[in-house]
Design a protein. Sequence first.
Length: 296
Amino acid sequence: MDRFQFGGSDESVSDFDEDPSGLPFPEPLSRTSFLAPDFDPAVFLSSLRNRHQSLEDLRQELRNLEQVLNKELLDLVNENYQDFLSLGTALRGGEEKIESVKVGLLSFQRDAQGLRDKVDARRQEIEGLLNEKRLLRGQADIGKDLLDYADRVEELEHRLMIAEKATPDETGSADEDSVSDSDPDLYGSDSDDSDAENVAEGAAPVSLKRLERHVQAYVFLAAIAKRVGQHHAFLVAQQPRVSKIRSTILLDLKTALERAGPAGETRDARTMAVLRLYDLMGEDLSAIAALKNLKI
């Protein structure tokens, strides 16, 4: 059968004639596609799947692009050939200029090193002077502490009436200090009341104000000695005088315990005050010994 009847009409069967004019013509390859830093040939070829172009045509187009690029490179070299030649000519004889620059650079480097050496020497000199200044300042501070220490030792000796040679004026001042300290203090009273069993006839209670000032002065001496260094030659020479001062203060504290007055709240308050002075001196063992020997 040469003819078919379809839909009530006769149509002849003919082969399908393809007309390539209706297909989109592929655009030329762009150079920018090959300039990407992460260019990948496989990814590039996969991006061309929508190009209606045979593989052979694509190869030919790439060859043409390569030829164009080679020609452009050759033209660029030819255009700048004279410049390349003139650059080589300009560099001839440059050894003298390079040597001159090198000599100047070495001279500058030598001068800079000389300045650096001078600065370093000056810096070391200044550091030495600063260290010497700090040393002298420390020695001056030690000298002030030693003078203060000697004055306080002498003052305590006069107050405690243990100076080797006391002038009448110094004795009078000590007596005035004793009289001024006879006022009642915050720990108790310095009145002439006495307990016949504990205090001898005519003996008065010891002034706790005066004792406290003596103890504080002694403690300050210990602080100065600790700051200066107890092995300092001057402090070692003063040690017999300081030991005598300590013994005298401890004796006064013991006497204060014995003359605390009749039993009662006043006696207890004065006893506790004296024990606090023992503790301030760091003489706990002496306080225990004094309490053991105390007749209550």
